[in-house]
Design a protein around this ligand. Structure first.
Ligand code: PLP
Length: 337
């Protein structure tokens, strides 16, 4: 499927590497686990939102926007990267931060420090459960009163436009598989606002590749999340006028690794973060990739993969946030070493 007709700003000039995780695979006794290093994508601090923003910001520029408006949790990677894209394009940026299981701390490190460093124009903090869509509409109207033109970037970039970034990623993975003479049996990814998962499913399906995709939920129940991801796939299929209907059963999620809640790591999350740092020197975060790796390890233990399978873990980033969680990560008594 050719996405060339859709406007795109390029924020990463190279393919992100696919690397074998030999020590981890050995430690677990198989399968063969590889990582797609999307934590090394362009814009400040990298991560999956960069691929989505290539299409979303191009759409904003096409609509003549001068300000990006978006929302996320108080340590949102998506907010950090939307702001970074705004800086790069010479736009302003206003952020709506929702206190989901974590209170706003004006002195916080991690992504919050970067919001300030990149000179965010406005940070508006709202309690958990706020109607963020309505709030962002109000922010857009405020800008209109000042004669400005705001563009609302959907939460997490989780819509059909953002998902095109991950269709592109799936094509990149298939090209790299050919170049490396390596056929992946499974892809394991985070499933949050859903665009990453939806784009990967759509890209793999439209390429007719035989690779199963497993989403590890970070917030919602299995059914809720699968419906959310499938909804994005349906909108994406309409946008791309796909003739072939992508079946609902291609969307597979697990909700067993969320732990105590969104942004609250479980013991397995912390163990997974420590294990990857200590076996591969790779940094994972407690909100997304640590949970996904805990899920991948949990599925290995349950025999979900065969020992010979080649499993690709998508490293969706989130690294800047770990500095705000240092004591939680290090104060763990039960060190897996
Ligand atoms: C580091 C990281 N990984 C994964 C995700 C989830 O991706 P998606 O929102 O596309 O489901 C996010 C979303 O904020 C993220 O910041």
């Amino acid at each position: 499927m050719n996405l060339q007709e859709f406007p795109r700003q390029i924020y990463t000039e190279f393919k992100t590497p696919i690397q074998p995780l030999c020590h981890l695979s050995k430690r677990l006794g198989g399968p063969n686990i590889y990582v797609k290093r999307d934590d090394l994508l362009g814009l400040t601090g990298g991560g999956n939102k960069t691929r989505k923003l290539e299409f979303l910001v191009a759409d904003a520029l096409k609509q003549g926007a001068d300000t990006l408006i978006t929302t996320g949790a108080v340590q949102s990677n998506h907010c950090r990267l939307t702001l970074a894209a705004a800086v790069k394009e010479g736009l302003r940026c206003r952020l709506l931060l929702e206190e989901r299981n974590r209170k706003y701390n004006p002195n916080a490190n991690g992504n919050h420090f970067l919001f300030e460093l990149m000179d965010v124009e406005q940070l508006k903090v709202v309690p958990d459960g706020t109607d963020v869509v309505k709030e962002m509409e109000a922010m857009k109207q405020e800008l209109e009163l000042e004669g400005r033109n705001g563009y609302i970037v959907a939460e997490g970039g989780g819509n059909d436009i953002g998902a095109m970034g991950y269709m592109n990623c799936s094509y990149e993975i298939l090209e790299q598989s050919d170049e490396m003479d390596l056929k992946f049996d499974h892809i394991v990814t985070a499933s949050g606002s859903g665009g990453t998962h939806a784009g990967l499913v759509a890209g793999i399906h439209t390429s007719k590749a035989d690779v199963s995709i497993t989403g590890i939920n970070v917030r919602r129940s299995k059914l809720q999340q699968e419906e959310k991801v499938y909804g994005i796939i349906k909108n994406l299929s309409n946008r791309l006028i796909l003739q072939d209907i992508i079946p609902r059963k291609t969307v597979q999620c697990f909700d067993d690794y969320i732990g105590p809640g969104y942004a609250l790591p479980s013991e397995e999350t912390i163990n997974a973060i420590q294990l990857l740092a200590q076996t591969e020197g790779i940094l994972l975060d407690p909100v997304y990739t640590g949970k996904v790796m805990a899920g991948l390890i949990g599925l290995v233990k349950k025999g979900y993969f065969s020992k010979e399978d080649k499993v690709l873990f998508i490293h969706t980033g989130g690294t800047p946030a770990i500095y705000e969680y240092a004591s939680t990560i290090l104060n763990k008594e039960n060190n897996p070493k």
